[in-house]
Design a protein around this ligand. Sequence first.
Ligand code: AP5
Length: 214
Amino acid sequence: MKIIMLGAPGAGKGTQAKKIADAYHIPHISTGDIFRANLKEGTELGLKAKEYMDRGELVPDELTCDLVMDRIQKDDAKEGFVLDGFPRTIPQAEALTEALKKIGQVMDIAINVDVPDENIIERMGGRRACVGCGATYHIVTVPPKTEGKCDRCGADLILRDDDKPETVKKRLEVYHAQTQPLIDYYEKQGILKTVDGTKAPADVEADIFGLLKA
Ligand code: AP5
């Protein structure tokens, strides 16, 4: 199963993508996580990406596309994958469609996790991300079992630099201008499904699994 998660920053794409990846035994490919891992390792890509991420802007397509095309061709992605945070622009979506076409494949489903802007700002201030494995929590709606520690790997939980309110506002502007057009793009391909991302995480998960099993 080849799945794309669409939605505004903070809509819950990562939360749900991890559940899907675990259930279907396919890799969860998050471009945001890849950039953050590169930054942690101090690579040139990580340092370049940080400049854009800290401003709430998109990392240029030329730094992003090849990275994803290489990743989806790795052995562990042969049975499928969940893309989280990619594609984010029409050129990225076109690059993905073309790359798959060359190997006779297509994406199976694009799931749009729909959450209005007003809910997003509130969510982001409460998000905590694991410095070890990238798992995400929310101090109210998805709390870890032990405060400040990841349930999965025990590493520390932090507030991401780009979750400050001014940066979140910019990320939402960028989302509406550059990423929202992908909803039409995948609707035209006939693979778009939308779920109400304002429901509780377990209910969003049930709706998504209902779509995947249909
Ligand atoms: P990225 O890391 O992809 O961030 P994002 O898309 O902005 O999405 P988030 O990770 O912020 O949110 P999410 O939808 O995964 O929500 P989550 O599940 O965490 O990208 C960061 C930056 O990297 C970009 O700004 C850009 O600069 C760059 N970048 C990445 N990909 C790129 C690309 N392809 N091209 C160019 N640049 C790129 O949930 C959010 C919070 O809400 C959590 O606290 C969670 O616990 C909570 N929550 C989840 N679901 C619910 C629910 N149903 N109810 C209540 N709370 C919930």
